[in-house]
Ligand binder design. Structure first.
Ligand SMILES: C[S@@+](CC[C@H](N)C(=O)[O-])C[C@H]1O[C@@H](n2cnc3c(N)ncnc32)[C@H](O)[C@@H]1O
Length: 221
């Protein structure tokens, strides 16, 4: 898809390996990131779990100079590429635990996001993440989880196949748990509501994409 920020992001990865460039290009083509940017707070500190190469965080920081990020991943090779690409953008890319990184800054996040990460967690870790997000958000803070809707069924099935290949055959996605814990966004909405988040919404973002992208959001009252 064509978006004014797409080339700016890709240019930042010009010095990366061909594999990284292809990966970033594929993410920007297959994820509805412009719609995600519209739904992120325009300012404040955003904590991002599983940022990968950081392409979406870089696009979001270019989109609004008032956004800052703490963005973590377990894949150090991806983080190195992310740091090389970020230039002077206010993004702290960090290895390992997101909550520890926030604690080190002695701050709470205005929003927490996880884009296509939580399907790599087992059920207990998925629920724990929502609880930890709650604890690290102030009243009014927003949680945004981008996962997949269960419909249309063909898109759901295609996504399952692709993620299985990415984790177990191509090995382009790291997962500590080694599981593919795909949960439909309806399940995530229930978890957010149970945790106490208000204004829980599921927004389908799959028009024009092969995957059943959907965003679940909630606000801490
Ligand atoms: C499909 S990629 C998504 C990357 C990025 N959010 C995006 O949308 O382009 C999933 C990422 O989650 C990371 N990941 C897996 N388990 C993780 C964990 N326990 N903590 C942090 N990141 C994790 C992987 O290394 C990978 O970069």
């Amino acid at each position: 898809m064509s978006h004014p920020l797409k080339d700016q992001v890709l240019t930042r990865f010009a010095g990366a390996s061909a594999r990284t460039k292809a990966h970033v290009r594929a993410r920007l083509a297959s994820v509805p990131w412009p719609a995600l940017l519209e739904r992120l707070p325009k300012s404040g500190l955003i904590a991002s779990l599983g940022c990968g190469h950081g392409a979406i965080e870089i696009a979001a920081a270019l989109d609004s100079a008032s956004r800052q990020f703490v963005a973590c991943d377990i894949d150090d090779a991806k983080l190195t590429q992310a740091r090389n690409a970020q230039g002077s953008l206010p993004i702290q890319f960090c290895s390992g635990d997101l909550w520890q990184a926030l604690a080190t800054r002695n701050t709470r996040a205005d929003a927490v996001m996880a884009i296509d990460v939580l399907y790599l967690f087992d059920t207990a870790a998925q629920i724990r993440f929502v609880n930890q997000a709650w604890q690290h958000l102030p009243p009014g803070g927003r949680l945004l989880i981008k996962e997949m809707a269960a419909t249309p069924r063909w898109k759901w099935g295609w996504n399952r196949l692709q993620e299985w290949l990415a984790c177990h055959v191509l090995r382009i996605t790291a997962s500590v748990e080694g599981v593919v814990g795909l949960r439909p966004t309806s399940w995530w909405a229930e978890v957010l509501a149970r945790e106490g988040f208000a204004a829980v919404r599921i927004q389908p973002l799959d028009a024009g994409y092969f995957h059943p992208h959907a965003l679940v959001t909630g606000v801490k009252p």
